[in-house]
Write a protein that binds this ligand. Sequence first.
Ligand code: SF4
Length: 290
Amino acid sequence: MLKIKRKSLLYKSGVEYADYCINHVEGCSHGCKFPCYAMMMKKRCGIIKDYQDWIKPKIVENALELLDKEIPKLKHKIEVVHLCFTTDPFMYGQKEVCDLTLKIIEKLNRNGIRCTVLTKGIYPKELINTKKYSPENEYAITLVSLNENFKRNFEPYTAPYEQRVKALKYLHDHDLKTWISMEPYPTPNLVKQNLKQILEKIKFVDKIIFGKLNYNVEVSKCWNNIKFYEECANTVIKFCNKNTTGYHIKYGTQKQDDKQTEKILIKPVLQTINIFDYQPMKLDKRNVVC
Ligand code: SF4
């Protein structure tokens, strides 16, 4: 795999539900065509030339050394570190990326820093080793469909949906916290599917983040897409309330944003349970996580 060196690694994220973030790879072999916002930005900044360039990932070879310097300086400010927003930490079939990700998570956890992780790949089973990796980490997959034809067209080199869910369920079955990023959720002119069926499939997770598809002209061609996303958001909220699952609807998905839920990943579940114990009459899980 190609290598690059960086001057810094940990940065404060601008994403509403995140705190600090790490992207230890440039590019992503998953090659999503939703489109991939990270690829668009890197192209605009002249960091990559085109799609072919993007899908040849370059690993940040000095990532662990950078962390050794940055962790002591930032440790007291960090609530949680998210991996990743502009690449994938468990890129499907990319062992070198997965191995480095595990080392990064271990290093952060040894320094008392919790991680939230998001992938369209397969989680390695060794994450259940809580002597090495903190049980306070929260692991997620992106899941916007169960239709493999849709996957072939829009996220061609990601892990198959079934395998992705199975690997996440394995972590859940070993008492680890799991969540789903259901974003960017496609409109019916891109794929005909039943949202409730997808929600049933991932019923076991602790939290769901749902968001609309942006930067795709097909969305505006979908008749009444605003109403469609409003209805989808209501379906997710109803499902989560029924199953006491935490949730956040990404800004811009509903007519009115709900800022109450945006800290869903920043407050650890442990804390929410304590609060719940003290105020059982007033709080549902949705309010507690905020
Ligand atoms: S997995 Fe994420 S970073 Fe990778 S190509 Fe897809 S959208 Fe882009």
